[in-house]
Design a binder for this molecule. Structure first.
Ligand code: XMP
Length: 310
């Protein structure tokens, strides 16, 4: 595919479809929503309103970092602090599906839904890519950003039309377009990060304290394993504790699992054979996090395991 031509064609198509109306989109900082943001901004300028929802589940400094990257590209982002809404919706939940549902509902019904209604937007951009459509239609995955493919008429149901400029591209194509649009490598080559964010890496209840723990572990894992070139690497907080010793005293501490996988498209994955030296270094740093006294390396491929823990 000629990606230069793709960009020109999409910008022209967006202008034609939106006309002089207002459009809105949610930016997560992932490569798909980032590319959509730049494309739609180039096509529409100030007619586009882009919202970044801080759901309390992001990585260290992530909301501010993403807003800054886009500011440098001349694209204003509206940062919405919805932390309490998400933390409140997650309080007391331990079942994985209930946690996922609470996050989806809070996002679409309460937070972003309200932003769309308030903006008066008639068009909403989604970063749906070809793989999302294929997996949803095949029943492998329920992607929340697929509506029309499931026969849901958003204009009828919600009063806005959804535009999906990336629906002919796969991930490698999106990364190429990201590069051509001038997005930095930290976005264009970003490793996958799930929509429900760090909540997928906390087994049991999501609380601010437990988020702080998994956030600290995530920062260490991402820093130590960035050079591996692996498909994805992550840290998970288990819902169990184990006895350990800290400063000469027994401590019933928390357990972090580290995962580092190779994969093409996350449908299957193998575990990276990391050097012992790297594993020891990661373990040493992770057990310096207050309250964490064990670090485990997950050797399970997908299947039977999934990548995330909820
Ligand atoms: P699993 O855990 O299903 O993950 O083996 C496969 C890939 O998908 C990512 N993932 C998600 N991405 N929303 C997303 O946008 C989600 O709810 C979600 N759950 C998992 C995961 O990080 C991995 O790359």
């Amino acid at each position: 595919m000629n990606y230069h031509q793709f960009i020109e064609d999409q910008i022209a198509a967006i202008r034609k479809e939106v006309g002089s109306a207002i459009a809105i989109n949610a930016l997560s900082g992932g490569v798909d929503s980032s590319v959509v943001t730049v494309l739609a901004h180039r096509a529409l300028g100030a007619q586009l309103k882009t919202v970044f929802v801080d759901n309390a589940l992001m990585r260290e400094g992530e909301p501010q970092r993403i807003v800054k990257i886009f500011a440098e590209l001349g694209i204003p982002i509206d940062l919405w602090d919805a932390r309490q809404a998400f933390l409140g919706a997650l309080r007391g939940l331990t079942d994985p599906e209930q946690k996922r549902q609470a996050i989806t509902d809070t996002f679409y019904r309460d937070v972003f839904g309200a932003a769309v209604r308030k903006s008066g937007a008639k068009f909403l951009f989604h970063g749906t890519i070809l793989t999302d459509i294929e997996e949803t239609v095949a029943g492998i995955k329920r992607q929340h950003n697929i509506l029309s493919q499931l026969g849901i008429d958003t204009e009828d149901a919600y009063g806005y039309r959804v535009i999906e400029p990336l629906q002919t591209l796969r991930k490698d194509g999106v990364r190429e377009v990201a590069r051509l649009l001038g997005l930095p490598d930290e976005i264009a080559r970003r490793i996958p990060f799930p929509g429900p964010a760090l909540a997928t890496r906390i087994v049991g209840e999501v609380t601010e304290a437990r988020l702080a723990t998994v956030r600290a572990a995530t920062a260490i894992v991402e820093e130590e394993l960035a050079g591996t070139g692996a498909f994805q690497y992550l840290a998970v907080l288990l819902n169990d504790c184990a006895t350990g010793i800290r400063n000469g005293r027994r401590e019933f501490g928390q357990i972090i699992v580290v995962r580092c996988i190779d994969s093409q498209d996350a449908r299957q994955a193998t575990v990276r054979e990391l050097p012992w030296e790297t594993l020891h270094r990661v373990t040493r740093r992770i057990t310096e996090i207050p309250g964490v006294n064990r670090c485990l390396y997950d050797l399970t491929p997908k299947p039977p395991a999934t990548v995330e823990y909820i």
